[in-house]
Ligand binder design. Structure first.
Ligand code: HEC
Ligand code: HEC
Length: 358
């Protein structure tokens, strides 16, 4: 009787495997990972609907292709670095370091931001120099400190595309998504951007509290929330909205005590008033992406709160809302507790692919 049952189980498993293989075969070229729903990602509580760009609409197949590319070191000239090297799921899609390390162990001058909730960002990079995620994605592939040894951007992009075109499964996937095996760097960027738009974070204790679950925040977190939104601290004058950013640029003094400070937004606009201004980052999952600021100079959230409490670092272009706050010890620890309550979900199910295209 027992043997009989086992045989039955084995037969069933065998049948299921055969059926899966047949299904996979019949669906070659369609999304197979199950990570990307046909109608787009599920929007976690607290976030707003995604507006997909007309010129690059969502499809599950495109998002999946972008996911594979994001984790593929073949995008870099010496095949050692992928986007995920600096935007890793284990670090909430940042890299846990003050500044990033690219090919040949080179270090850049800025800290890698998380790619979580980038779909809600108006501009990309700390200085907002890329207008879209599509444009952004082409940056690191042509950046001699990050992913290429090539000085010329056109050549770097061509080399990246060439190495991907050598891969049969990529040719098949690009054909299925974009209708051509002769895909370009723009197609690569479109796929990656589509993937990034599915990396979301919401449904945090804060969102649950706002939705009516009064037990979702501890008392300390509730007090911290009041500090955050208070007329004194005014954190929400910059960190507002579903992703906790107005997407504006501000000088809060970080790095302005250096001899040659990074002038941030000024490098893009050449407007004096933009000197030392950086894009206001979103704050979701912020407790998971230390160290902080464009230069990774603040190690902990406690350090960040101290920075604001003392009124930032004085300089000619300091934003008017950054001034000594005179928070009590209790206020400060409550504020840090509140920031922890912004840890959410919507990205944890997306991990590195176990197998890359061959
Ligand atoms: C060597 C590390 C490194 C690699 C590799 C890398 N990035 Fe980044 N990424 C960074 C750093 C550092 C910044 C911030 C640079 C700046 O603002 O000037 C950044 C910024 C970004 C941003 C903007 C985030 C924001 O808040 O504005 C996105 C999106 C992004 N990277 C996606 C990617 C993609 C896609 C790839 C692969 C094609 C990639 N990155 C490869 C380090 C890296
Ligand atoms: C005037 C606008 C403004 C106000 C007010 C403001 N912030 Fe910021 N915040 C920014 C900007 C801009 C940055 C990035 C600065 C940089 O890297 O140079 C930032 C960075 C941060 C970071 C680090 C984010 C990261 O990814 O590294 C945290 C945390 C933060 N702010 C929390 C707060 C809190 C808490 C308050 C209230 C006490 C506050 N902010 C008030 C604009 C503001």
């Amino acid at each position: 009787m027992r043997i009989h049952k086992k045989a039955l189980v084995l037969a069933t498993v065998g049948f299921a495997l055969a059926a899966t293989a047949a299904w996979y075969h019949a669906n070659a070229g369609t999304a197979t990972s199950g990570l990307f729903p046909k109608d787009g990602p599920k929007i976690p509580l607290g976030l707003v609907e995604i507006v997909w760009p007309e010129e690059n609409p969502y499809s599950a197949e495109k998002a999946e292709l972008g996911w594979l590319l994001f984790f593929d070191t073949r995008l870099s000239s010496d095949r050692s670095v992928s986007c995920a090297s600096c935007h890793a799921p284990a670090h909430a899609y940042a890299d846990g370091r003050p500044v990033s390390t690219g090919i040949k162990q080179q270090k850049g001058g800025r800290s890698a931001p998380s790619v979580i909730n980038r779909v809600y960002g108006a501009a990309q990079f700390w200085d907002g120099r890329a207008a879209s995620l599509e444009e952004q994605a082409k940056g690191p592939i042509a950046n001699p400190i990050e992913m290429t040894a090539e000085k010329d951007a056109g050549k770097a992009h061509a080399a990246c595309v060439d190495s991907l075109r050598e891969v049969k499964e990529y040719r098949r996937r690009f054909k299925a998504v974009f209708g051509t095996e002769e895909f370009t760097i723009d197609h690569v960027a479109m796929a990656i951007a589509t993937f990034e738009r599915t990396v979301l974070s919401g449904n945090s204790p804060y969102d649950k509290f706002k939705a009516g679950d009064k037990t979702a925040l501890t008392e300390s977190q509730q007090r911290g929330m009041n500090v955050f939104f208070s007329n004194n601290a005014r954190c929400d004058s910059c960190h507002d909205g579903a992703a906790f950013t107005t997407n504006q640029f501000a000088n809060i003094g970080v790095g302005m005590d250096k001899v040659n400070p990074d002038l941030g937004r000024y490098n893009v606009t050449k407007r004096d008033s933009d000197k030392g201004a950086f894009k206001t980052p979103g704050l979701r999952d912020i407790a998971r992406t230390a160290p902080y600021m464009h230069d990774g100079s603040l190690k902990t959230l406690e350090d960040v709160v101290e920075h604001y409490d003392k009124g930032g670092i004085k300089n000619q272009w300091l934003h008017q809302d950054v001034k000594p706050l005179k928070l009590s010890k209790q206020d400060k620890s409550d504020l840090v507790q509140f920031l922890h309550a912004l840890n959410g979900e919507g990205w944890q199910h997306i991990k590195a692919p176990t197998k890359l295209p061959k």
